[in-house]
Design a protein around this ligand. Structure first.
Ligand code: FE
Length: 199
């Protein structure tokens, strides 16, 4: 595949379709097995595993170190075997943004199915050329003094952002933090917001 990415998608789709029909025909693949797999990625895994790892990292400094230094070991604690992931941490000085400029490489097991915009030529190009303008359209204003780092995913390496824990959530438990962590924040096009205070 390498640099000849543009036509890969069409080729892969037709190959996968052909393979799927063949496996069904031979009785190797049970009808519905593929749907089940897709549903697993849509509903069960991501962004659940990624969000769970972040919620744990926010409440457990040792786990945070592990997630940043050795993500396979950190993900193994959630029964996930995945060794392609690099986790990059947002700080007051750095905002991280993830893209695949060549196609649509994405850490599926950790974040689930990629959003449509992630694969769009506009996102792939503009994240590199004008990340701040792009992020502004996602509703995210990055202050001048904060550096924007763009991480280009590949077949060998996938990235996930460790977002900043929002102010005002110091009292929240790992379980309470979890629903605040969105897929967009893990890709770097959003920040995690504290829950709206009631009363
Ligand atoms: Fe790619």
């Amino acid at each position: 595949m390498g640099k000849n990415h543009p036509n890969v998608e069409e080729y892969v789709v037709s190959r996968v379709r052909a393979l799927e029909s063949l496996l069904l025909e031979k009785g190797i693949l049970a009808p519905g097995a593929v749907d089940q797999l897709v549903s697993r990625y849509e509903n069960d895994t991501g962004p659940m595993v990624g969000a769970r790892a972040v919620a744990k990292a926010w409440t457990d400094p040792d786990y945070k170190r592990l997630l940043l230094d050795d993500s396979p070991a950190a993900l193994a604690q959630f029964d996930l075997k995945y060794d392609l992931l690099v986790v990059v941490e947002n700080t007051d000085d750095v905002h991280n943004l993830v893209v695949c400029t060549l196609c649509s490489c994405y850490p599926w097991p950790v974040l689930g199915l990629p959003p449509t915009w992630y694969k769009s030529p506009a996102y792939r190009a503009r994240s590199v050329i004008e990340p701040r303008a792009l992020l502004r359209e996602f509703g995210l204003e990055i202050p001048e003094q904060q550096e924007v780092r763009v991480w280009d995913s590949s077949a060998e390496l996938r990235y996930m952002v460790l977002p900043q824990r929002p102010a005002g959530t110091e009292h929240l438990t790992e379980e309470a933090l979890l629903p605040l962590i969105t897929r967009d924040a893990l890709v770097g096009v959003a920040q995690v917001k504290a829950p709206a205070t009631v009363g």
